[in-house]
Write a protein that binds this ligand. Structure first.
Ligand SMILES: NC(=O)c1ccc[n+]([C@@H]2O[C@H](COP(=O)([O-])OP(=O)(O)OC[C@H]3O[C@@H](n4cnc5c(N)ncnc54)[C@H](OP(=O)(O)O)[C@@H]3O)[C@@H](O)[C@H]2O)c1
Length: 311
């Protein structure tokens, strides 16, 4: 099968297009014929060796953890799925190795969700990692109706979904983003505030009493977060482990097919919108990584591996 691989840690120039054996499908696994994958910052962070202290890598690595496609085969005793099912997954495994930027990927059935009819493959591929992260951050913060939540990086992949889910739950959401993204946030009921110098003062203008909870989805914002957090407020970060020194929680997303199915239902019901910037072919994963790293995309970058079942 065609796959994007790298043989050693490095930058985008270590990426190659390769021909690999189609992965086996073990007990409790489903093999997905990939139609769409999606890029996340963690993909190029892993490639740079940034997660080596946490996870072993078996080279050649096929990068990519988000996927949508069609079940091609199921392993022994895997009655949850059947060939032909449309599915999506956050397909992270215990070892960095056989990822989703390939024609086929085998995934544990419990990490896979069926894709509802009204959801296209691009959206189904762009949702898993960011959606599950957004959900986990909000559960960690236990934001309740009427509370004020500050979301740092509200226009990003995780932030846009976390903001929408928090608004739907009845929170008043203040989201930081570049001014070019303020319209996008206002359209989903978020109060936008520009990040950068003077952020604390701008936040005080919209939340003079402070905020009940802070979701840090970018890192480097600890001082501002602590300054605007009310006494007894909650803080969680997906990008700054030092929040744990200040009573906050460092949150890590986990693969979870059942939770992903609930998120896909929200999308199918028109209650959650996934923002897609562009699609690029498999051969352009290096360009996709560069755009993600530079922050030049205004939504998710989807990798087009084969013809989707539903657009
Ligand atoms: N721990 C976990 O489980 C976990 C899970 C997912 C992601 N992450 C990490 O979380 C981060 C965000 O992921 P993502 O997928 O949402 O990334 P993304 O889609 O690339 O979005 C990043 C966003 O950060 C915003 N930004 C840049 N500088 C900022 C600043 N100083 N203040 C506020 N916002 C700023 C940008 O918004 P503007 O363009 O509007 O400026 C951009 O939209 C990454 O570092 C990723 O590796 C961790």
């Amino acid at each position: 099968m065609r796959a994007i691989t790298y043989e050693s840690y490095g930058s985008d120039d270590v990426l190659r297009e390769s021909d690999l054996p189609t992965p086996k499908v073990g007990p409790g696994e489903v093999r997905i014929r990939v139609t769409r994958a999606a890029v996340n910052p963690v993909d190029w962070k892993v490639m740079s060796g940034g997660l080596d202290a946490l996870m072993d890598a078996h080279f050649p690595v096929v990068p990519g953890w988000d996927v949508a496609g069609v079940v091609d085969a199921v392993g022994p005793d895997t009655p949850e799925f059947a060939p032909g099912d449309r599915v999506a997954s956050y397909a992270r495994k215990g070892v960095v190795s056989a990822g989703t930027f390939a024609e086929y990927v085998s995934v544990r059935a419990e990490d896979v969700a069926a894709v509802p009819g009204g959801v296209g493959d691009d959206v189904a591929a762009a949702l898993p990692l960011t959606g599950l992260t957004a959900q986990r951050v909000l559960e960690t913060l236990a934001v309740t109706k009427g509370e004020t939540l500050l979301v740092h990086a509200a226009s990003g992949g995780v932030g846009y979904l976390a903001s929408q889910l928090a608004v739907a739950g009845g929170a008043r959401v203040i989201g930081t983003a570049s001014p070019t993204n303020h319209d996008k946030l206002e359209a989903v009921g978020v109060i936008p505030v520009a990040h950068g110098d003077g952020l604390e003062a701008r936040l005080r203008e919209v939340a003079p009493e402070g905020v009940d909870a802070v979701a840090d989805l970018v890192g480097g914002v600890l001082d501002v977060s602590l300054a605007v957090l009310r006494e007894g407020g909650r803080l969680a970060s997906i990008a700054d482990p030092t929040v744990e020194d200040h009573g906050g929680r460092w949150v890590w997303v986990r693969p979870d097919g059942e939770r992903l199915a609930r998120l896909l239902d929200e999308v199918a019901g028109g209650r959650l919108e996934v923002d897609i910037d562009r699609g690029l072919p498999l051969a352009q994963v290096p360009e996709a990584f560069a755009a993600s790293r530079e922050g030049s995309a205004r939504g998710k970058i989807v990798i087009e591996v084969s013809e989707p079942a539903v657009r």
